[in-house]
Write a protein that binds this ligand. Structure first.
Ligand SMILES: [Zn+2]
Length: 381
């Protein structure tokens, strides 16, 4: 065998062993040999490298059927940290997680009509503060994942943000230059889908659609366990599918787009202007007819688009990300009523409709997990 091939095999084995320890800690060397099919001397040599590199550490002793009790191996999830950022239309979330995706610190900002320049200044300042307070670790900050509500191309450039103004801002370069760590820019719905798949409501699914409902509507498509991005990276813009071909004009250039009816913005515009969050909450508690009619319509309009999506993709699950839907089964029930009245029963019975379990942190956690995945893969490639 050529030396280059031997090195490749060695790296692949090492990656496989690390993944096994990440997903099955605590585990003994003997069990690793059994689950991977690698011989004991290979396991021993590769694990020693991973211990020396501080990705794995040894703990006490596990159970054994007799004889010497084995030393158990643990993934060192504090070997490094990732930052995930979700820049929304009106707010921003900055999370620091360990390599297991557990949140170490979280920061929430109301962007209050801030310009992108002001937001970038706040972002850079916040990241620096997070780094300054980050616990000590062998690898420090391993990367920064940032998501935005708009089109991001395959080169991670922001091409179009219809509801904010980030078009053509070189955010990746700005953040890379400031912190000298790997930075990725991702569409918000793609990052949210990724987060729910790794840590949240979509853990058990290989084919699912994540629907982010806020100022607009964005979709993250996970098909056969892969995030489907399209040729240019622009897939999932189903907020702009036509629901009414004679409908009002949308910022995107189309007419009667789904998000003009079923976004949270559209729902809020359907309420009397004087109703603020406190008023809505009070009316919710009083079972106010006008509010519940508006919630029913919101769920109905969501359902109309979801019929199209379910018919197109035949997914195992649809995960809905919106605080009203997560806190309020009424909207999801209205969605399901529309689906069951308009769909073949076969689909309805086989597709799960679930609220997001990560809530507002889903995209920022997804951005962290993208960086963690790249870091772990990069170690052994
Ligand atoms: Zn549109």
């Amino acid at each position: 065998m050529m030396i280059a091939d031997q090195n490749l095999v060695k790296k692949m084995n090492k990656r496989r062993l690390l993944q096994e320890v990440i997903h099955h800690s605590p585990i003994s060397r003997a069990n690793l040999s059994k689950t991977t099919g690698l011989n004991k001397s290979t396991v021993s040599a590769q694990i020693q490298e991973l211990v020396d590199e501080k990705f794995i550490f040894e703990i006490g002793q596990g159970q054994s059927s007799g004889g010497r009790r084995p030393v158990m191996l643990m993934f060192n999830k504090q070997a490094g940290y990732a930052i995930g950022v979700d820049i929304g239309v009106g707010d921003m979330i900055v999370l620091l997680t360990d390599l297991d995706g557990s949140i170490v610190s979280e920061h929430y900002f109301d962007l209050n009509q801030s310009s992108p320049d002001e937001t970038i200044e706040l972002l850079l300042k916040t990241i620096q503060q997070v780094i300054d307070k980050m616990p000590g670790s062998p690898y420090g900050l391993i990367g920064i994942g940032i998501c935005v509500p708009g089109l991001v191309n395959r080169s991670e450039q922001i091409v179009l943000t219809p509801n904010s103004h980030w078009d053509n801002i070189e955010l990746k370069k700005i953040v890379e230059d400031a912190f000298q760590v790997p930075v990725t820019i991702e569409n918000e719905a793609n990052a949210g889908a990724y987060g729910e798949n790794i840590y949240g409501a979509a853990k058990a699914y290989n084919n699912f659609i994540y629907v982010s409902v806020s100022t607009g509507i964005g979709l993250g498509l996970v098909l056969d366990n892969e995030l489907y991005k399209g040729i240019h990276g622009f897939s999932g813009e189903m907020g702009h599918m036509t629901i009414d071909f004679n409908g009002p004009k949308c910022n995107c250039g189309n007419r009667g787009c789904w998000e003009l009816y079923a976004s949270e913005k559209a729902f809020r515009q359907s309420l009397p202007a004087a109703w603020n969050d406190a008023e809505i909450e009070a009316r919710y508690k009083q079972n106010d007819v006008e509010l519940f009619t508006a919630l029913e319509n919101f769920g109905h309009y969501l359902g109309i688009g979801l019929v199209n999506i379910t018919n197109t993709f035949d997914p195992e699950a649809i995960i809905l990300r919106n605080p009203l839907i997560e806190s309020n089964p009424f909207v999801l029930n209205a969605v399901k009523n529309t689906l069951s009245s308009r769909m073949n029963i076969r689909f309805e019975a086989e597709c799960a409709f679930l609220p997001s379990s990560l809530g507002k942190n889903a995209p920022a956690l997804g951005a962290c997990s993208m960086m963690i995945g790249r870091f772990i893969n990069g170690l052994t490639t």
